[in-house]
Design a binder for this molecule. Structure first.
Ligand code: ADP
Ligand code: MG
Length: 323
């Protein structure tokens, strides 16, 4: 499903949560809303789902209007053909795994058909044999798998995730991230994923939408967002950035070298502040002369306090427009 939002906005008690925003989710693509807490991610997702009414603007699904403030169109959530997965799993505690997954599937279906669809969904998330358990008898990861199975059992046109992994511990989070990403891709689902975790956004998405204070700063592939951030905030929020001038140009740590490699390389002096072994290499923080602190990588240990020269090839410098 292709989703197009134009000019949608929302205020709560006269305070804008989302400024007028345009956003298109392409069919079959995994799009992530990335930004700090309070920037409007959940508000945007809830408006798409029909759980929150925009103050203005329009939403179209495959060209058909599902919300328009001006035309007074507002298709209810259950008719928007979407699945949702939340941080708190939102399973029914008094229902078994089977009943939770079956719940979303329309009533009136043949019983055998229903059973088959539930089993299929549970099979996808590797929870066969757990049909009769209750949510409290499952681990956090298993509960989130049930929530996912319930959301996709209806074969929705789009699946919406709101920080689905943030209640899980780090190891499980990474496992689930890979699992959910593969399932969404294999099913060819259109997905909108909300997170404040840049690693999650970078590793899962086809498109990342970086948000701050109720607006979209940049939309692009993870590679574009990382290598060509359009805004200093985006540059600082994703990955590490070494500033050459305040808020105007920066270079990523992997493009800082310890020797001159090209004829035009620029040279910057500094003093080693700290050295951390990060496996395979050392991450070195250097206080640059007349600039801030940079991060660079080194294949051998450096001494704290050592004076060094760092080099940057001009073509590796990333300039931010409009600053
Ligand atoms: P995020 O999901 O990025 O953390 P939200 O969309 O939840 O951000 O919130 C954006 C802003 O809108 C915040 O300042 C939040 O306090 C406010 N907000 C969200 N929902 C409500 C609500 N129901 N009533 C009042 N303010 C709200
Ligand atoms: Mg939120």
């Amino acid at each position: 499903m292709k989703l197009e939002m134009t000019g949608i906005q929302k205020s709560f008690n006269q305070t804008p949560a989302l400024l007028p925003t345009d956003l298109t989710l392409e069919h079959g693509k995994f799009t992530t809303l990335l930004g700090p807490s309070g920037c409007g991610k959940t508000t945007l997702l809830r408006m798409l789902a029909g759980l929150e009414q925009p103050d203005a603007g329009e939403i179209r699904a495959d060209g058909q209007c599902i919300y328009s403030a001006a035309k007074r169109i507002d298709i209810p959530t259950h008719k928007r053909n979407l699945g949702m997965v939340f941080q708190d799993f939102a399973l029914w505690p008094h229902m078994t795994v089977y009943e939770n997954v079956a719940f979303g599937l329309k009533a009136g279906k043949q019983k055998s058909d229903l059973r088959q669809k539930v089993n299929e969904a549970l099979g996808m998330v590797r929870l066969q044999g757990m049909e009769d358990r209750y949510p409290h008898q499952l681990s956090g990861g298993q509960q989130q798998r049930v929530a996912f199975a319930r959301a996709v059992a209806v074969r929705p046109g789009v699946i919406l995730f709101d920080e689905p992994l943030s209640a899980l511990d780090a190891v499980l989070r990474e496992e689930m991230r890979i699992e959910m990403m593969s399932l969404v891709r294999d099913m060819g689902l259109t997905a909108l994923y909300v997170t404040h975790d840049q690693i999650e956004a970078m590793s899962m998405s086809d498109e990342i939408v970086v948000m701050q204070k109720g607006r979209i700063l940049q939309k692009g592939s993870p590679e574009t967002i990382y290598s060509a951030p359009s805004d200093p905030y985006v540059a600082s929020f994703i990955g590490k950035s070494n500033w050459l001038t305040p808020n105007q140009s920066m270079v990523r740590p992997e493009h800082v070298t310890w020797n001159k490699t090209g004829h035009d390389d620029l040279c910057y002096p500094g003093t080693v502040l700290s050295v951390s072994y990060v496996g395979e290499r050392y991450e070195v923080r250097v206080q640059m002369e007349g600039l801030g602190v940079w991060t660079a990588y080194m294949n051998q240990r450096m001494c704290v306090g050592e004076r060094v020269q760092l080099y940057v090839a001009p073509e590796r410098i990333c300039r931010m427009d409009g600053y």
